[in-house]
Write a protein that binds this ligand. Sequence first.
Ligand SMILES: Cc1ncc(COP(=O)(O)O)c(C=O)c1O
Length: 416
Amino acid sequence: MKYWKKLAAKDLDERISLALGENIDYKQKISLGLPASRLDPKVFHDDAAFLKDTPLLRCYVQNPNHIGCHTFGNSESYFRGTQEIERETIELLSVDLLKAEENSCDGYIAAGGTEANIQAAWIYRNYFIENHNAQNNEIALLASTDTHYSVAKAANLLGMQWYAVPVADDTRTIITAELNRVINHAREEGIKYFIVIANMGSTIFGSIDDPDLYARYLEQNGVVFRIHADGAFGGFIYPISNRESNVHFGNPNISSITLDAHKMLQAPYGTGIFMIRKGYMQYVLTKEAQYVSGMDITLSGSRSGTNAVAVWMILQTYGPYGWLEKINKLLYRTAWCCDELDKAGIKYYRDPHMNIIAISAKHIPPEHAIKYGLVPDTHDNSPSWYKIVVMDHVEMEHLDVFISSLRETREEAVTG
Ligand SMILES: Cc1ncc(COP(=O)(O)O)c(C=O)c1O
């Protein structure tokens, strides 16, 4: 690991205090033009005793605005201390988690996975238009039917079509013949440029798409494409749990990746993460953003710098080994639950490196799903699957109670 280290609470505090010291102090420095200030001191007291030992809350109170992207070009100088922590976080994740070369990626902390996926589609659309002279209606999104609906949002916002590739019902893998058929169909409809969104943990199944499969078929068809990996759910687990993974920046087929710290990392909401190889961010430069010092090249404008600090703190509190242990605990619980489902003859899908179990709805009475908080693949009346996501709060005792009661219901059904 080049950057990812476990730090003691004292060291975290020191580093964050230093960063806050480099940000603007509205009490000390006259700053007449910024439409920003610290949190309202009548409501959020900045002299509360507990703030002394909680650097993250001190950061909230100081309220840094991380508008822009801080791995590329200039940034607002007022928040340079905490911007540096965001830069470090992007570098740590791209290099130590996702196998990028040092200083080869740009990125920022986005509102969430949705924004990060849309940012990717926006960049590639503009890239194809500027670099290949493409027309908007010649560019399309390509993603499996298991893909998160943020891809549908991106298609709608950017005025592009989404071509959905069917997956096999039992393995959730892309059906290669269908991939070929969908690419051909899109080409017949005039599509020459493809923006692929590959799942690194689909929302309902936790299934993983092979980016190299997409690349192979698109290359065979002689079309231009870029591949973005959506690791909003799986990005903090799969690259670690599967050493054979090809979904990372070490794979030249991958150009950008979404992570979501507010899922597996249990960070505050507002901590999606967008990362992309250098050389692309400028395609979404908004030239009209002239009052902002630095470049506006992110979908969201103002955003909380404290979110970046929170992500950095979580990563450095665990360190790589602490995080590995945590993931393994969750995978152990998931495997245990799958064993019990096997014994009970209940059909489910699970990628062995992921902590999501999608159980066939045939085996789950709807009242059971409600009682145990399972999430269906659709909220209409006929779900096909219900998922369990083994997060930190999902303990073996909970899984045990769920499976025992499922067994009882099935025995009752058999004995009448
Ligand atoms: C695979 C995947 N991508 C994207 C998203 C969207 O993330 P967010 O809700 O943070 O915008 C989700 C959310 O569940 C997801 O599972």
